[in-house]
Design a protein around this ligand. Structure first.
Ligand SMILES: [Mg+2]
Length: 355
């Protein structure tokens, strides 16, 4: 099989309701979607959802590099995924979002070629997964109200965004726990917001409120700080911004600096490196979680198929499509609350009305 054409374009999505975060209100987000055609008539779709302050790239760099990758990859075999990555890595270091777009499209093609939904192509056998829903950082009462809203819509797992002030953060977690009752799983994500001492100080409050995990308590590059928090905490500490690529996973696992990884296709460069990170996690007796960026069903569903294909990926934070309205990209999965049933259609299972 040969790649015969590659098309890509910027596209924008609007949140169903504007999202309020510490630095303002977000109405929507932009991504780059990609279509790869092959000589046997199979078409694959992929997507890049860069987030500059995490992934270091942006939509414009994705478009520039995609044009160069297009020239390099036409004529290549999309099933030779290791070679595809080698060629992309030889041309550009980092730039993981654009690599993820090409990677997802190649996996979509490979699974369609095998006549299997992607999760089965990857070796999985169960199409059921369950995602959490992220609750934006706000005043405690607002976070409690937002949490209740999603619980009423059927979500059983919530991820609370914290990290600007441990006194207020304690009030936020306590307010949400009181509002949702004891049966809802609460995860928290400090997004690098705490110092080591603050993370250690708030951990008993989180434990008292039956929080399940602490995600990225300290700065991304403060690996020894992360290890300090992990060693002082009863609760599992999960690395997110501290881990992008498999080499980061190897370093963190070797130092025993955390209890698990939040893997994101946009941080690592797609499914191929994500599988390596999960393998490092599993062999190091660490848990794995799959998260997302601002992205559509294309990248979100790819993450879901990956999660369904590996038992070690035990936590799923693929919630952005639940907050987005989009009528021209459909399929991939159905959901009741956060309980997701993957499509049995070959590939990722998504349909695009017009490209
Ligand atoms: Mg995070």
């Amino acid at each position: 099989m040969e790649i015969t054409d590659i098309q890509f374009k910027k596209t924008s999505f609007r949140f169903t309701e504007p999202v309020h975060v510490a630095f303002g209100t977000i109405e929507g987000y932009e991504t780059m979607i990609i279509r790869i055609d092959t000589d046997n008539g199979i078409t694959g779709y992929g997507e890049a959802g860069p987030l500059g302050f995490v992934t270091g790239d942006n939509l414009d760099t994705c478009m520039i590099i995609a044009a160069e990758y297009k020239k390099a990859l036409i004529g290549e075999n999309p099933l030779a995924i290791e070679r595809i990555h080698k060629r992309m890595d030889e041309m550009y270091n980092y730039n993981t979002s654009v690599k993820a777009a090409f990677d997802i499209a190649c996996y979509d093609i490979a699974a369609k070629n095998a006549g299997l939904p992607l999760y089965r192509y990857l070796g999985g056998d169960d199409p059921h997964i369950e995602s959490d829903m992220t609750i934006s950082m706000n005043e405690p009462e607002k976070m409690a109200a937002d949490s209740l809203k999603w619980v009423k819509q059927g979500f059983r797992i919530l991820k609370l965004k914290l990290g600007d002030d441990i006194v207020l953060d304690s009030e936020r977690v306590t307010a949400v726990r009181q509002a949702v009752g004891k049966d809802i799983i609460l995860r928290i994500d400090a997004n690098q917001g705490w110092k080591v001492k603050e993370a250690v100080a708030i951990e008993p409050v989180l434990r008292k409120n039956h929080v399940e995990i602490i995600e990225q308590p300290v700065k991304a590059r403060d690996i020894m700080g992360l290890k300090e928090v992990k060693e002082a905490s009863v609760l599992p500490v999960i690395a997110d911004e501290s881990i992008h690529i498999p080499e980061d996973a190897s370093l963190l696992a070797g130092l025993r600096a955390c209890d698990g990884f939040n893997i994101k296709l946009m941080k690592c460069g797609g499914i191929f490196p994500a599988l390596k990170i999960n393998a490092i996690a599993e062999a190091s007796h660490l848990s794995a979680m799959i998260g997302c960026m601002g992205e559509s069903i294309i990248a979100n569903a790819a993450g879901m198929h990956l999660a369904a294909a590996r038992r070690n990926i035990s936590r799923i934070d693929l919630d952005v499509t639940f907050m987005t309205s989009c009528d021209w990209i459909t399929g991939g999965f159905t959901a009741e609350g956060g309980r997701i049933l993957l499509s049995e259609e070959p590939g990722i299972g998504i349909h695009i009305d017009h490209f």
